[in-house]
Design a protein around this ligand. Structure first.
Ligand code: ADP
Length: 485
């Protein structure tokens, strides 16, 4: 199995087109969450390596920005093809370090390719304006230019596609990049170096550095050559990066935490709602920022919904991601399991009932039983905290406005979902929910064509859609005078 992935499993930084170790020669171990065993190592780099990567990206920027949008699109289309030609090998590598089921990993790699292709095309549609001039002898142009070198910091839950959403628009816009993947899942990040090489992306355009998050992060945020920081991760780290980026007034895009509510109204199609719930909750074992954190279910449909959700939850096949038929992999590490246990213990102590699961899985390690908890109340910790695990807490409600108020009672505002067959209610609730992404009678809504991103403390900026390239562009106003017209 490793033979197939070995070409993409790089144990070195990718700087200026070279594969290089950390200056100190030090490394970080990377483990397989399904077995707890070491897969390999990656460089433990810091400030110096990051600074060199930034300088390489800056040198490459001067020529990359001058290539035509069409030529960049051609290279990005090639990058898309290289990803798809190697979808299985890349998915296997992703499962090995991240743990998700193979079907989900293949889906993620497919999404990565789809983002690259989308932005290959969007890059050709970076239009400016010719503005009607208030002066007879002057003309006004508005043009768009790449911002320059960007720093990208990505998390472990979607180690491939989160980079695609950043590298894709950056390269399409004419920017160059220095990326830092998460230390738990660095290989899917480093694989982008191998993919870029194979696609013929010029050296220095994409650089990837692994190692100390704070040292690499500090350098990316404070080095004046970097013009933009794009980050996906926790709100806590996002705030640190925002503060650090302030010193050089960088552009920032932040995809941060969520606390997604999932509302089921009496008039909903209960089977459809349960299917949506399974997808919106248990994908990646509940470890996504758009995973449902709180179910609010109306009195009249509550018992039927719970019964069906429990039955479907108990059917989920838990196992190593590479095993045929697995639907739930392990959690990323012990800390994640401990957090889930703490939240369940807190709910139990406050009167919740465990209707399914609730314990570590018999497979051991970081496997956890898919769990349903009923009689949830707002004083329980998961009302405010991200679970990031396979736990469905169910709150019962009577009135629509109470459910919407509870759903909004969080500092987060990324994804939300609701199920109803009443058109008036659909619009009322959609307009009442303070979220960046809304699924109406749908549990999985992410797609490259649509803008992904949050409001409130869930972030700044959008990824995907035609909006996803905006943050990689500066606007320039040009006034041409003395035309003697
Ligand atoms: P998660 O809770 O999903 O692990 P984090 O926000 O902790 O999310 O991590 C997301 C990314 O941010 C990872 O690549 C991680 O290494 C990086 N990171 C964590 N702390 C810092 C920091 N102080 N500065 C820069 N990057 C950081």
């Amino acid at each position: 199995m490793l033979q197939k992935t070995s070409h993409f499993m790089r144990e070195a930084n990718y700087i200026d087109g070279e594969w290089v170790p950390a200056d100190s020669g030090q490394t970080i171990d990377v483990n397989n969450p399904a077995t707890g065993l070491k897969i390999g190592t990656v460089p433990k780099s810091g400030k110096a390596e990051t600074a060199r990567a930034i300088e390489a990206a800056e040198r490459a920027f001067h020529s990359w920005k001058k290539t035509s949008a069409n030529d960049r699109a051609k290279l990005l289309r090639k990058l898309h093809d290289v990803i798809m030609d190697n979808q299985d090998a890349l998915a296997e590598l992703l499962v090995l370090e991240q743990g998700k089921p193979m079907a989900e990993a293949k889906g993620e790699v497919g999404m990565s390719a789809a983002y690259v292709l989308w932005f290959a095309e969007e890059g050709r549609r970076v239009y400016g304006d010719v503005v009607p001039s208030p002066w007879a002898d002057r003309r006004i142009l508005v043009t768009r230019e790449p911002v320059g070198v960007i720093g990208a910091i990505t998390p472990w839950n979607f180690p491939s596609s989160m980079l695609a959403r950043k590298i894709g628009p950056a390269l399409a816009a004419g920017c160059t990049a220095v990326a830092k993947p998460a230390s738990q899942t660095p290989y899917s990040g480093l694989a982008w170096g191998a993919l870029c090489e194979e696609a013929g992306i010029p050296k220095g355009v994409v650089n990837i550095v692994t190692g100390s998050a704070s040292e690499i992060g500090d350098e990316l945020c404070t080095n004046p050559l970097v013009k933009k920081i794009t980050f996906t991760g926790s709100t806590e780290v996002g705030k640190i990066l925002l503060e650090k980026s302030a010193s050089t007034v960088k552009k920032v895009s932040m995809e941060l935490g969520g606390n997604a509510p999932f509302l089921v109204f009496d008039d909903a199609d209960v089977d459809r709602a349960v299917e949506g719930a399974i997808a919106a909750k248990y994908r990646n074992s509940g470890q996504t920022c758009v995973c449902t954190n709180r179910f609010f279910v109306q009195d009249g449909i509550h018992d039927a919904f719970v019964e069906k959700l429990v039955a479907r939850t108990n059917q989920l096949k838990v196992g190593p991601g590479l095993e045929e038929g697995t639907q739930q992999g392990p959690l990323i590490d012990d800390k994640a399991v401990e957090k889930v246990e703490e939240l369940i213990a807190d709910a139990r102590a406050k009167g919740a009932r465990i209707a399914a699961g609730g314990e570590r899985h018999a497979l051991g390690g970081t496997f956890f039983q898919p769990t349903v908890i009923t009689d949830a109340t707002p004083d329980m910790r998961f009302m405010k905290e991200e679970i990031f695990g396979p736990v469905s807490p169910i709150f019962r409600f009577a009135k629509e406005e109470d459910a919407v108020a509870l759903a909004n009672d969080t500092e987060f505002g990324l994804a939300c979902y609701f199920y109803t067959s009443d058109l008036g209610r659909a619009f009322r609730v959609m307009e009442g929910l303070k979220y960046g992404l809304v699924g109406v009678n749908e549990g999985i809504i992410t797609t490259v064509e649509a803008p992904f991103g949050g409001v409130k403390e869930s972030g700044l900026g959008r990824e995907g859609g035609h909006q996803g390239i905006e943050d990689y562009l500066d606007t320039k106003y040009v006034c041409i005078g003395g035309l003697g017209l």
